[in-house]
Every structure is written in C-alpha cells, then in structure tokens.
Design a protein around this ligand. Structure first.
Ligand code: NAG
Ligand code: NAG
Ligand code: NAG
Ligand code: NAG
Ligand code: NAG
Ligand code: NAG
Length: 424
C-alpha cells in the first residue's frame, strides 16, 4: 500500500503503525496459519511493537524526538532485520578501545600506528551506530564462549590479516599468559586459547585461488599470473574448520586486465591470457564457491565473506582539494552514503552474484559502506615498508608513502569484528 499525502501532514507514529499493520496483514495472508511458528512475523511484531511503544510514550512530541540522539528507539541487533550498513559514526571520547598497540603483543608493525608515531587519537573513539538497531559492543567473554571447542579461520589478504589481528587482540587480554599461545607462519598463523580449546587462525591467500605471487610476492604487478581455476593447494588448509571468514578484493585491482591461467598448458606460465579484471574475479570466485559447495558441510561449518575494504587514495573523492590522499585526515566523511572511487561496485556485484548461486549459505560481513566514511582510519605514514619504519624523510613525502589501504589497529577493523560477532 502507498501512504498518500505528504509526510508532514500525518504524524510519523501513525504512519509507522499503519505501515506495520499493513505489512503484518500482508505477511499473515501470505503465510496463513503457520504464522505462529514463523520467525519473520515474530520479528516484525517485535520491531513494530518496540518502535510503537517508544513513540507512544513520547506522545505528540514524538516527531521531533525522532532526530534526538538521547531517545534511542532502536531495537536489539537482529541480522535478518537490521541493515548494519545504514547508520552513522558517532564520536564518543569515553569509548576506550579494548586494547592498544602496546598492550597487545600480536599486532604487526604495519598497523601499529600509535607506536609508529601517529600523533592524533580521535580515530580510536568513533562508534558505528546503525539507524534501526543497536549493535552490541564487542564482548570478549562472549566471543570466547562462542568459540569454545572451535576453530575460527580468516582466509585472505593483508586486510583480512588485519581483521584477524583485531579479533585476536580484542579477546586475548582476558586470557592469562600461560593459557594462550601464538604461532606465526609464512602462510598460516594460529592463536590458541587453551582453556577454551579454541583457535583463531589466519591463512594467507590474497586471491583465494592460487597465483605465482602468493608467497614470493612479485612487485611488478604486470608479471603476476592468477590460476583462476586452482584452489586445492590453499583449500587443503581450510579443512576441518568450524568458522571460515574469507575476503579477496584489493589484489585483483592492479589494472583493468589481469593475467590468468587455467587448465594445464604444456608451455606453463607462458600460456596465460589477459582477462578483464571482473571476469577473472568471477572465475576465481566461482572456483572458490565450487570448493565450498562440494566440500563444506553447512551443518558443521559456517562461512562468512568480508566485503571489499575501501581504499582512500583520491582525496578529490571527499572534496578535500588540498589534501594528500588520506594523509592528515582526522575525521570521517559525514556525508551520508558517501562512496569513493576505491570501492568498485561492479566487483561487489560479482561477489553477490556468485554467492547467491551457492548451495552453502555464506553470510556477508558487509563492511564497505561503513568503512568508506573512515578516511581517518588508515595507517597513512605511520607504518613500515620492507620491515622498516618509515624514516622522517619518507614520512614527509605522503604522496608516495602514505598507506591508505591498511587500517590502524585499534581502529576500523574492530568494528568489522563487532558486526561479525553479532552474526556469530
Ligand atoms: C506481539 O507483541 C506483543 C506485545 O509485545 C505480544 O504480546 C505478542 O505475544 C506478540 N505476538 C507474537 C505473535 O509474537
Ligand atoms: C559514550 O560511551 C559511554 C561509555 O560506553 C556510554 O556510557 C555513553 O552512553 C556514550 N555516549 C553516547 C552519546 O553515546
Ligand atoms: C578441542 O577442539 C577440537 C576441534 O577444534 C576437537 O577435535 C577436540 O576434541 C577438542 N578437545 C577437547 C578436549 O575438547
Ligand atoms: C544437515 O542437517 C539436516 C537436518 O538435521 C539434514 O537433513 C541434512 O542432511 C544435513 N546435511 C548434511 C550435508 O549433512
Ligand atoms: C597536517 O595537519 C596539521 C594539523 O592540522 C597541520 O599543522 C599540518 O600542516 C598538516 N600537514 C600537512 C603536510 O598538510
Ligand atoms: C553491501 O552493502 C552495500 C550498501 O551499503 C550494498 O550496496 C551492497 O550490495 C552490499 N554487498 C553485498 C555483497 O551484499
């Protein structure tokens, strides 16, 4: 049904009540008597009811109060009901991150911004607030309880490694020294929480599928060749895991076309073909999806996919003409639905398309929109290169040296894990 007349004329509570009633009736008809057992109806009832009462109790002032941050009419997080991506960053100086790059011993130098000399700290005090629901704060006890007796494995690139380190640091500080361990390897790293018999692991596979630049990284991107139909060597390491979290995006974005290889050619790597990046990405992801569908038992293993992490290398995107990429940015972009050129919507729809056709359900941790706002969250010049901290000289040359891909920790990836834990 369409609600006629301009919004201003009818008080909002009535519109909401009306809309709820209409949807409720429509769903009732669609699902007939089975409604009592239907979770969708139950949830609908819950949200409509909660919003309704809050508005009623505020009487006729409800309209004004809708924009009042003090009155919180959001309901508890429910992944099926709440679009987490729709919301805003709220500054709250009394929010303290659960860890710092000095207290957590497992953070890479690459993301330890404070240690690396980043002078400002506001970026650590923003909280993501979805519009329609309350996102619970990250609770380390709860996280470890959910992982009891389980293996959690993050698979992907360095951004995924950041999410893994964030997760480890968010929980490790509540575990006594002798009840935890960390083993770092070139492709696989394992954090163990002994009392919980739980592991939080990372596996390096920047394209998910195999390539000639997986372990011995080839600097010259034109020499990289992706084996879009091969995943077995990596996937061996993903067996027997209870919770898998994948990502893969930024490594594919080295140009409009990408060298790919499939089948077995007698002339080896010379048999590559250049494909459009989106096409290569689609084939690569289908190879991954096929492995998941034929190997994963969804009764035993849950599968997640972290969507693309935005890069912020074009300051024109956020109209900061005098800026230098993300360098010196200390506040998020406040423009609603801001979307920069670092996140390719076509690539996102490739993932959505591939996942839609899968048998095994895959839950998206959709971080793209929320992270788009956070031009202030990147490592910038407070990072390392080739295992060495940037020199003052390098720091003074942000055009060439600012890292606007990776995120400081603590920082934005902590919010990704907050969302992830809410889904878990
Ligand atoms: C709908 O919400 C009301 C008020 O909380 C509750 O009394 C009722 O049992 C709910 N109905 C269903 C079907 O859950
Ligand atoms: C800021 O965070 C503190 C501590 O968690 C909380 O008590 C307070 O309600 C928050 N303030 C706002 C405006 O969200
Ligand atoms: C610990 O977890 C593993 C799976 O990660 C399981 O095979 C094993 O039986 C568990 N051990 C105990 C003592 O619970
Ligand atoms: C998963 O569990 C359901 C219900 O218990 C069962 O019908 C189904 O066969 C199981 N699937 C697999 C792949 O084991
Ligand atoms: C970075 O920001 C600080 C504080 O706003 C300012 O003093 C400084 O000049 C800026 N540096 C550059 C290179 O823009
Ligand atoms: C992620 O969220 C954005 C909006 O914030 C949406 O456009 C996109 O389709 C979502 N991606 C996936 C894979 O669901």
């Amino acid at each position: 049904m369409h609600v006629p007349s301009p919004r201003g004329k009818i008080p909002l509570p009535i519109i909401i009540a009306l809309a709820c009633a209409v949807v409720f009736i429509a769903v009732l008809y669609a699902e007939r008597v089975s409604f009592l057992s239907s979770s969708s109806i139950f949830k609908l009832n819950k949200s409509c009811h909660r919003r309704g009462t809050k508005l009623k109790s505020n009487d006729k002032k409800a309209d004004e109060h809708l924009d009042d941050p003090i009155i919180d009419d959001r309901f508890d997080f429910d992944p099926e009901e709440c679009n987490v991506a729709n919301g805003k960053w709220v500054f709250n100086s009394s929010i303290k991150p659960l860890y710092s790059d000095r207290t957590c011993p497992y953070l890479d130098r690459q993301v330890s911004c404070e240690k690396n000399g980043r002078p400002d700290s506001d970026y650590r005090h923003w909280e993501w607030q979805p519009e329609d629901c309350t996102l619970p704060r990250f609770n380390p006890e709860l996280a470890l309880k959910k992982l009891r007796g389980k293996r959690l494995l993050f698979v992907g690139d360095s951004l995924q490694r950041g999410q893994w380190q964030s997760f480890v640091c968010l929980v490790e500080w509540i575990i006594p020294e002798d009840k935890k361990s960390m083993r770092r390897g070139r492709s696989r790293s394992v954090f163990k929480a002994k009392e919980y018999n739980a592991t939080i692991e990372f596996y390096w596979a920047p394209y998910l599928v195999e390539s000639n630049t997986d372990l011995h990284i080839i600097g010259d991107t034109t020499k990289r060749i992706i084996k879009v139909d091969s995943v077995a060597k990596h996937a061996e390491n993903w067996m027997g895991v209870d919770i898998l979290v994948f990502n893969s995006y930024v490594w594919w974005m080295s140009g409009p076309r990408i060298k790919t290889l499939w089948g077995s050619f007698s002339n080896g790597e010379e048999g590559f073909e250049e494909l459009d990046t989106t096409i290569a990405y689609r084939i690569g992801l289908k190879t991954w999806a096929n492995w998941v569908d034929t190997t994963i038992n969804p009764n035993r293993t849950r599968v997640f996919f972290t969507t693309m992490s935005p890069t912020h290398t074009r300051n024109e995107d956020w109209n900061h003409k005098d800026g230098i990429k993300c360098f010196n940015e200390t506040k998020p972009v406040m423009k609603k639905k801001f979307w920069g050129s670092g996140s390719d919507k076509k690539m996102m729809s490739v993932v959505a398309n591939v996942v839609e056709k899968m048998k095994v359900p895959v839950t998206f941790i959709n971080i793209t929109q929320i992270s788009e706002y956070r031009i202030d969250g990147h490592a910038s010049v407070y990072t390392e290169t080739g295992g060495k901290l940037l020199t003052d000289e390098q720091k003074a040359d942000p055009i060439h040296n600012a890292d606007c891909i990776h995120w400081c920790l603590p920082g934005v990836p902590d919010t990704w894990n907050q969302i992830f834990l809410a889904y878990l």
